[in-house]
Design a protein around this ligand. Structure first.
Ligand SMILES: [Zn+2]
Length: 482
């Protein structure tokens, strides 16, 4: 008699709170029991392996629609392949808006593409044009569809919002029980420094970092927090690059505000020096905010230990290096201003962070699980269905060999992008099997899943992102449609 469809036997189960040797019994795609001597139709020997919740990447750009038609090179099929190969089973990607248009049509178009996914997925809705129609009519419909997070950019042409538009988005989020995620850099400051650098003939990729020093990220973070505090709307600050920026989040938390901070692998293992490689190669490492230096990277660990930063996402954003539509879309002599930003990292996020966090002795596997699965599940309304291993949760599980040493290559990343910024990096700890809702979808690097087998994760309102109720003068301005 088999009580379970699948038993993962004898591994070390890692939850956000504890680690212990046990069997995990899976039935109908869910974890049904954790115990000993469980019997299943199929049994997988996990002796010597860690049994961890599948990764949740709450910030990755996959097949994102582009202005004028088309989409990012990374498709939901190739992106899912990279994710599953790397031990990630759920993603939050981006539906976008184009200035002058609404959000519902692009969302419908994007959703059709996402239906090819082989990982489970949900979206952040990007707002680039806070028109009355979007704010008062369309955002409520997006929330009703189960999308509980908005994304705004405080920099980038033509995406950025001015303060008034940003405030309107914050207020709309508050009315519709959504979270707001923010790209924090000062638009005018970057433009000013960029103009000066180009006037001085400094056009190489390395000047990307010179154009956007840490204080312009810190300023925008401070401003985003202050405006969110005024509206009483919870926010998450995306891709914090250094402790100087995280300090603003720490101060907000100390004031009792619901402000969270995310960072990414590139801020631990890349630096501004990578953009100083000969010729055009520095373009491979260009992302925003720019990676800083070794001291900043080490300082981020303190921010994580202190709970100031609690999520590590990939910000996977693929632009191939050799193809005409990628990094060199404006030519190899293009000034840094005209080179697309972003680095791929969906498949390597867990391996890099496990190596940096656990193999290098900075934290234990439970803390690692919180960073890459539990905390994103909680903040984005997916917990406890996702983000932990316990009876009743989806059986999204990665079997991890903590002793396996691997040299990262682009082929191992399994994305469509033709390079990885982590080429040649040695890591210890590697995913050997990925299980999504009880189904083995990756074994020893071979991904086997049906396109369209990923599920959309509709998100209901949840307590963590409820406003605090503290508004200036006790006057809730967000209740008025202005
Ligand atoms: Zn991003």
């Amino acid at each position: 008699m088999s009580d379970y469809d699948l038993v993962i036997a004898g591994g070390t189960v890692v939850t956000p709170a504890e680690m212990f040797i046990a069997d995990v019994g899976v039935k109908d795609g869910k974890v049904a029991a954790i115990g000993f001597n469980l019997r299943g139709l199929r049994s997988i020997d996990a002796n010597g392996l860690l049994v961890m919740p599948g990764g949740i990447d709450s910030h990755c750009h996959i097949e994102q629609l582009q202005e004028g038609g088309g989409a990012d090179e990374e498709t939901f099929i190739t992106g899912s392949t990279a994710a599953l190969a790397g031990g990630t089973t759920s993603v939050v990607t981006f539906s976008t808006q184009f200035k002058g248009g609404g959000i519902l049509q692009p969302l419908a178009d994007y959703w059709r593409r996402a239906e090819q996914a082989m990982v489970d997925y949900t979206f952040h809705q990007i707002i680039t044009d806070a028109t009355d129609a979007v704010i008062f009519d369309e955002i409520p419909q997006v929330a009703a569809a189960g999308i509980r997070s908005l994304k705004v950019f405080l920099t980038y042409d033509p995406l950025h919002l001015d303060d008034r538009q940003f405030i309107r988005v914050l207020a709309a989020a508050r009315r519709n029980k959504m979270l707001v995620t923010v790209h924090c850099e000062n638009y005018e400051a970057i433009n000013w420094r960029t103009a000066a650098l180009l006037a001085d003939g400094r056009t190489a990729p390395k000047y990307h970092a010179w154009a956007r020093p840490a204080m312009i990220e810190r300023e925008a973070t401070h401003r985003a927090i202050a405006l969110a505090e005024m509206v009483d709307q919870p926010i998450q600050v995306f891709h914090v690059s250094c402790p100087e920026v995280a300090e603003e989040i720490a101060r907000a938390k100390a004031r009792g505000l619901k402000v969270w901070g995310e960072t990414c692998p590139q801020y631990f293992v890349l630096s501004a020096d990578h953009m100083d490689r000969p010729g055009f190669e520095g373009a491979k490492f260009m992302c925003s905010p720019a990676p800083r230096d070794a001291a900043a990277s080490e300082g981020l660990w303190t921010c994580i230990r202190d709970g100031v930063l609690d999520i590590v996402s990939s910000d996977h954003s693929g632009w191939s290096y050799e193809t005409p539509a990628g990094k060199r879309v404006n030519g190899v002599d293009a000034p840094f201003r005209d080179i697309p930003n972003g680095v791929p990292g969906l498949g390597s996020r867990l391996a890099i962070m496990f190596d940096q966090a656990v193999s290098k002795g900075r934290m234990d596997a439970c803390a690692f699980v919180r960073l890459i699965a539990t905390n994103p599940a909680k903040l984005f309304g997916l917990y406890p269905r996702k983000g932990t291993i316990a009876p009743g949760t989806d059986a999204d599980i990665v079997l991890w060999d903590p002793t396996k040493s691997v040299t990262l290559t682009n082929a191992l990343a399994q994305h469509i992008i033709d390079y990885t910024p982590y080429e040649g990096m040695d890591v210890t700890g590697w995913p050997v099997m990925t299980i999504r809702r009880g189904q083995v979808v990756m074994q020893d690097g071979r991904v086997q899943a049906e396109p369209g087998s990923g599920q959309f994760l509709a998100r209901e309102p949840y307590d963590l992102i409820k406003p605090t109720g503290n508004v200036p003068n006790g006057f809730d301005a967000s209740a008025f449609l202005v």
